[in-house]
Design a protein around this ligand. Structure first.
Ligand code: SAH
Length: 242
């Protein structure tokens, strides 16, 4: 077996925030498995000489199931190919990159991980919201908003999360935003805590909606906020100047 696999972070959107290593690895690829999260600017530059496999869109509606993506990667590597799995942001933050690494390893496939600039930090940052700040937040917690907070079997402990004084950054949280805001306030987080929702960060049609835990669900509904978006909760949101 001469093939190998790379789990590559494409960054939060735009060629400028992709690493040189990511670019090198993409140029060397025989096969690239991608989804829409890296954005058009990056996807348009993928080498046409490689086999380009669209693994689906964000927000459900996958063209390939996760197990099919992993099986395809293993198969192509075993054919001796250099395989790149290109993922938005950083490959190991909520992108199932960890699972892909496990599967590849289980099949004896050599894997290199290429870290990427994560949207969880860069998207707020690019609108002037630092996720930590000496005056406002000494911790930052990254949370998946994919899980319904109302589910009793949730892996997330909203009681604990509501007590954290630092910044909360929620990915994949647009659909559950009303429930998330309600869960945090129900467990005692101040309803006046500022919240920013940044849609399509670093894209030409980026949009920011700001509010508080008390009113962000209504504001997001009124603005018809859609994924992908990064939700930031905490005092640092006060630094946003619009
Ligand atoms: N591994 C990725 C995150 C994958 S989960 C990373 O490190 O960035 C997918 C979620 O990332 C989306 O639902 C959204 O919450 C967030 N996201 C990724 N890129 C984004 C962008 N350009 N603008 C807003 N949100 C983005």
């Amino acid at each position: 077996m001469t093939g190998r696999a790379y789990l590559v972070g494409a960054g939060p959107g735009g060629l400028g925030l992709m690493t040189i290593r990511a670019r090198e690895v993409i140029e060397s690829a025989d096969v690239i498995l991608y989804d829409q999260l890296p954005g058009e600017e990056i996807l348009a530059t993928l080498p046409r000489s490689a086999e380009l496999i669209d693994c689906g869109k964000y927000g459900g509606n996958h063209t390939l199931e996760q197990h099919e993506i992993e099986a395809l990667m293993v198969e192509r590597v075993k054919e001796g190919k250099t395989v790149v799995r290109l993922k938005g942001g950083d490959p190991f933050l909520f992108g199932r990159g960890g699972e892909e690494m496990e599967t590849l390893r289980a099949h004896g496939v050599p894997v290199e991980v290429v870290p990427g600039v994560t949207s969880a930090i860069a998207v707020p940052e690019m609108v002037g919201i630092p996720v930590t700040h000496r005056r406002y937040a000494s911790t930052v917690t990254f949370i998946t908003g994919h899980e319904d907070p109302a589910k009793p079997e949730s892996a997330l402990d909203w009681e604990v999360l509501s007590r954290l004084k630092g910044t909360l950054v929620i990915l994949m949280g647009v659909k559950n935003l009303p429930k998330i805001a309600a869960a945090l306030t129900a467990h005692g987080k101040d309803p006046a805590t500022p919240v920013a929702v940044i849609e399509r960060g670093l894209r030409p049609d980026q949009r920011v909606t700001v509010g508080t835990l008390a009113d962000i669900a209504d504001k997001a509904r009124a603005a018809d906020v859609r994924p992908p978006a990064v939700i930031v909760i905490g005092g640092v949101v006060g630094l946003y100047e619009g």
